[in-house]
Design a protein around this ligand. Structure first.
Ligand code: F6P
Length: 331
């Protein structure tokens, strides 16, 4: 372990899927960093941009008028090359050559894994800010972008419900979140969905069997239309197979709506701007205190610091009580 040296300059990048609120987090890192007398550099296009040395110093005005913008003005990407140790070492060399003392990564668990390995292998400070619509960073109650994505999906579901009730139809609505059930559950409860299908119920017969039962139960209760929220899972589009199974096994006609990337875009909600502002500033504070190898998160409603090692490789489980509650409330 080398002696802790004082931090004079930091870099910030976005990595993984864009999320509404990433710009607000960037703004907070830049402005809090400059307030703390640091030089702050923006890396364009995630880890790939870092490897290309696509780095520029940012100023107070560089982040003006972005708090309300979706996406990320410094761009993002998913960098496969970063899975290689030698590539991560080269990234640290580039930062050191530019006299940048620490890196703030705004992204999800995959991006934190890259940052954790890069930092550990090369004795370099890395701090994460959770930015992903999926809300799947283990140990943190919240990730930036989740609230906006949920609101976008709920708005879409309200519209779909008009058609569902006018035509007495069943709709299967697929929401994003990959293997995480967080978006599906929040959207299902908030949108008054009759049923929520979580990722581990998508493949195989168990999920379909219980979906059929649940739709039959709804029909017996006098419901003529139903909204079923289906988590995306590993393979987006599996919802078409589910619709087919409903038809062939139970004669249930279901329409499919895949909300897809509309959930990732748009102006961030006040909640996302707020959390991004707090988390971005906290990341800079952590770096200044010589902290590293951790992410900022929310624990028991408060902004907290969570070691990368307690996040990486771990996954939130679907909240079964909430799933049950959604069904009770939609009866
Ligand atoms: O991680 C965010 C997310 O939107 C997931 O919900 C989704 O599965 C994935 O990214 C889609 O990634 P891409 O935009 O690279 O297709």
């Amino acid at each position: 372990m080398t002696a802790k040296k004082s931090i004079k300059s930091i870099a910030v990048l976005c990595s993984g899927g864009d999320a509404p609120g990433m710009n607000a987090a960037l703004r907070a890192v830049v402005r809090y960093g400059i307030y703390a007398k640091l030089h702050v550099y923006g890396v364009h296009k995630g880890y790939s941009g870092l490897l290309e040395g696509n780095i520029e110093e940012l100023w107070l005005r560089s982040v003006a008028n972005i708090i309300q913008r979706g996406g990320t003005v410094i761009k993002t990407d998913r960098c496969k090359a970063f899975h290689q140790k030698a590539v991560r070492a080269e990234a640290v060399n580039i930062l050191r050559r530019k006299k940048i003392d620490a890196l703030v990564v705004i992204g999800g668990e995959g991006s934190f894994t890259g940052g954790h390995l890069m930092g550990k292998e090369n004795d370099y400070p890395v701090v994460g800010v959770p930015g992903t619509i999926d809300n799947d960073v283990y140990g943190s109650e919240y990730t930036i972008g989740f609230d906006t994505a949920v609101n976008t999906a709920v708005e879409a579901i309200d519209k779909i419900r008009d058609t569902a009730s006018s035509h007495d139809r069943v709709f299967l609505v697929e929401v994003m979140g990959r293997t995480s059930a967080e978006i599906a559950i929040r959207v299902g409860v908030s949108g008054g969905a009759e049923t929520i299908v979580v990722p581990d119920e998508i493949e195989g017969n168990k999920g379909i069997d219980s979906l059929i039962k649940s739709l039959q139960r709804s029909a017996a209760l006098g419901k003529n239309s139903s909204i079923v929220i289906v988590a995306e899972g590993e393979k987006p589009g599996s919802v078409y197979r589910m619709a087919h199974e409903l038809k062939t096994r139970a004669g249930i006609d279901a329409r499919v709506a895949i909300l897809g990337h509309v959930q990732r875009g748009g102006s961030p909600s006040a909640m996302d701007r707020y959390m991004a502002s707090l988390m971005g500033a906290e990341a800079v504070k952590a770096v200044l205190q010589g902290k590293r190898d951790l992410a900022i998160g929310q624990v028991n409603g408060r902004i907290a610091r969570i070691a990368f090692k307690s996040i990486i490789g771990r996954h939130k489980k679907p909240d079964r009580e909430l799933l049950r509650l959604a069904e009770i409330l939609a009866s």
